[in-house]
Design a protein around this ligand. Structure first.
Ligand SMILES: Cc1cc2nc3c(=O)[nH]c(=O)nc-3n(C[C@H](O)[C@H](O)[C@H](O)COP(=O)(O)O)c2cc1C
Ligand code: SF4
Ligand code: SF4
Length: 286
């Protein structure tokens, strides 16, 4: 029996759901599938598998750093079949291409590429009152994921490869925004500028527990301190029940970009949205 390893990152569940349905499609075609969310477990040795799938949410029009690190750290893949899938709330641009190219450099052969929308819990859109793609992935998109699983199974069985076309690059303004999701910016600028308001913080440890990469520890007083390995997922800031965390993206320098993004996406008929408020770690539909 052929087997497939799906390694994905999912923080709010959309990519996990896409992964489940891709796996269901592969299983229905006789594959054995091991799926693993890298925030919860260390993936097994890829060399024990015939096919490798990589899935992730688009963050800042880019792949999250933990996914890039995983792929860059893989051994040579020697003609192994591979596929990439992404979920995204508004615009994905060519975020998947970086991972597709990295897999190709490792010697993998692409058998397909899948994408669908996922509810967009990006803190600063929520704060501006918008939850984009709220009901995604939809039943139809998940059926598409399962069909995709069957298609890649058939391609692997048939010894075929499919080099899907490259995706379109972002326009200038989004390219500028993407710079803030470069690793050097995260390590040397963003990571240093998280602040906790000790008047508000009740040392509940939620931020420490919810960081997907263990980037937050506590000082002697129990207050959070940030390391340099931040993915910029903003989960810590978003979920803090006391609104005690402030990051660089909350500063006024980012505001014009965020407003531009929200205006564009809210006027785009291909992107659904609902109006929300986000307070004390909770998103409430208005
Ligand atoms: C920090 C952050 C940055 C994001 N950046 C983008 C983006 O650049 N483009 C986009 O379309 N969606 C973006 N999103 C939305 C996510 O890609 C989308 O909601 C995804 O489906 C979440 O996947 P998950 O539920 O598996 O974590 C972002 C979300 C977060 C939290
Ligand atoms: S989640 Fe907020 S209140 Fe809780 S420890 Fe972290 S900063 Fe403090
Ligand atoms: S934004 Fe916060 S929760 Fe997310 S990786 Fe960075 S420190 Fe961890």
């Amino acid at each position: 029996m052929r087997n497939c390893l799906i390694v994905y990152f999912s923080q709010t569940g959309a990519t996990a759901r896409a992964s489940e349905r891709i796996a269901a499609g592969l299983c229905a075609s006789g594959f054995e599938v091991k799926a693993c969310n890298i925030k919860d477990q260390k993936p097994p040795d890829v060399r024990d598998y015939d096919v490798l799938g990589i899935g992730f949410p688009v963050y800042g029009f880019s792949p999250p750093f933990n996914v890039s690190d995983y792929v860059n750290g893989l051994p040579h893949l020697e003609g192994m079949s591979s596929f990439v899938f992404v979920t995204y709330g508004t615009y994905r641009f060519n975020a998947a291409d970086r991972i597709r190219q990295a897999l190709a450099r490792k010697g993998a052969k692409e058998v397909g590429h899948f994408h669908c929308r996922g509810a967009d819990f990006y803190l600063h859109y929520l704060k501006l009152g918008y939850l984009f793609s709220p009901d995604h992935p939809t039943a139809e998109e998940l059926t598409g994921a399962e069909t995709f699983g069957r298609e890649i199974a058939a391609r692997v069985e048939g010894g075929q490869h499919l080099r899907a076309p490259r995706e379109s690059a972002p326009s200038l303004i989004y390219r500028m925004e993407r710079l803030s999701y470069r690793r050097w910016f995260s390590t040397w600028v963003h990571s240093r500028l998280f602040k906790v308001d000790v008047q508000k913080c009740n040392v509940c440890r939620l931020c420490v527990a919810r960081c997907p990469v263990g980037n937050i520890t506590e000082n002697k007083g129990g207050y959070p301190i940030w390391g340099r390995n931040c993915l910029l997922c903003l989960t810590c800031e978003m979920e803090c029940p006391e609104e005690a965390i402030v990051s660089l993206q909350s500063s006024s320098a980012f505001r014009p970009f965020l407003k531009y993004n929200v205006r564009k996406a809210s006027q785009d008929p291909s992107i659904s949205h609902v109006r929300v408020t986000h307070r004390h770690g909770r998103t409430i539909h208005t």
